[in-house]
Design a protein around this ligand. Structure first.
Ligand SMILES: [Zn+2]
Length: 278
C-alpha cells in the first residue's frame, strides 16, 4: 500500500478492505465519508508453517495511520481471532470508542491486559437492534448465528444508502443459546432497499448446508458412552458452544474436565461468565 493515502473525495462513500479478501484471516475494513472513517473488525492471520518465527500477522495499518484523527470508531462483529486479534495494535492509532457485544468485549479485555493498554473505558457494549451514530453513519447491530455466541451483522446507514456487513455467519435454526438469526430484520432491510451487501463465508463455494451445532451432541454422547479411558477433544478456544456441550456431557457422565492450551485456559477465564450465563 502507498505511504500516502489520498483524502476521501467529497461526497464519496469509500470502502477499503485492509485484509480478509481472498485470504483466510486478518479481517478488517475501513468505511469513510468525508472526514469520518469507521473501522470494522481488526483480525489477525495465523502464519503458514514456512513463516518461521512469526506468531501472528496483522493487517497493514498504513491506511489507518494516514487517516489519522479522522478514524472515529472501531466496530466489531464477533470475537473470533481473525476479527479481533489485531485490536491491541489498532487501538493506539485512534482515539474513539470500540463497539462490540458482551462476549466480543469479554474476549478483548485480556488482550488489552496482555498488551498493557489502558482502554477499558473505550469499550462500548452493544446488543442486537441497538443503534449508534458516528458522524454521518448510523450503525445498527443485527443478531446472526455463527460457530460462537453473540455475533452481529452491521447495518450501516450512510448518506448514500444502506450498507450491510454480515460479519461471519451460518444460519443455525436451532442455536444452542436460543439467540436466533434475525432473519426478520434482514427481510425488512431487503424490502426497504440496500445499497451494498458485504457477506463472507469460508466455504462459500461449497454447496449445501452446514449442520446445526446441536447435532454434535448426539455424536459426543455416543463417544462418552463407548469410551472407557480418557477422551481428548480438540477445539478452538472460541468454540464456546462446543465447550459448553462437552462440560454438560462431562457432568452428565460424571467425568472430570482438564483444559489444556494457552488460549483455552485464557479463553475459559474470559468467556466463562458468558458461557455459564445460559
Ligand atoms: Zn468467525
Amino acid at each position: 500500500m502507498n505511504q500516502s493515502v489520498p483524502d476521501v473525495s467529497p461526497a464519496t462513500l469509500e470502502v477499503v478492505p485492509l485484509g480478509g479478501v481472498g485470504e483466510f484471516g486478518m479481517n478488517m475494513m475501513a468505511v469513510s465519508w468525508e472526514d469520518t472513517t469507521i473501522l470494522i473488525d481488526a483480525g489477525v492471520m495465523f502464519p503458514e508453517p514456512d513463516q518461521l518465527g512469526v506468531d501472528l500477522i496483522i493487517p497493514d495499518m498504513t491506511y489507518v495511520e494516514a487517516r489519522g484523527d479522522k478514524v472515529k470508531a472501531l466496530v466489531l462483529t464477533h470475537g473470533h481471532e481473525d476479527h479481533i486479534g489485531a485490536v491491541p495494535h489498532v487501538l493506539p492509532l485512534f482515539d474513539g470508542p470500540v463497539y462490540g457485544t458482551a462476549m466480543t468485549l469479554a474476549l478483548i479485555e485480556p488482550k488489552l491486559q496482555e498488551h498493557e493498554i489502558d482502554a477499558k473505558d473505550r469499550l462500548k457494549r452493544v446488543k442486537p437492534r441497538d443503534r449508534v451514530t458516528i458522524g454521518p453513519f448510523t450503525i445498527e447491530f443485527v443478531r446472526v448465528t455463527h460457530s460462537m455466541p453473540d455475533c452481529v451483522a452491521l447495518v450501516i446507514t450512510t448518506p448514500v444508502g444502506v450498507m450491510i456487513h454480515t460479519g461471519d455467519f451460518k444460519i443455525d435454526q436451532t442455536p444452542i443459546d436460543g439467540e436466533h438469526f434475525d432473519l426478520h430484520r434482514f427481510a425488512e432491510l431487503g424490502a426497504q432497499g440496500v445499497l451494498v451487501l458485504f457477506a463472507d463465508s469460508t466455504n462459500i463455494d461449497r454447496r449445501g448446508f452446514t449442520g446445526p451445532e446441536i447435532e454434535v451432541i448426539d455424536a459426543f454422547e455416543e463417544l462418552f458412552t463407548s469410551t472407557q479411558g480418557k477422551l481428548v477433544v480438540a477445539t478452538f478456544s472460541s468454540s464456546i458452544y462446543r465447550m459448553q456441550v462437552l462440560i454438560d456431557l462431562a457432568v452428565q457422565f460424571d467425568r472430570k474436565v482438564a483444559f489444556v492450551g494457552r488460549s483455552i485456559v485464557a479463553g475459559r477465564a474470559a468467556g466463562g461468565a458468558a458461557a455459564h450465563r445460559r
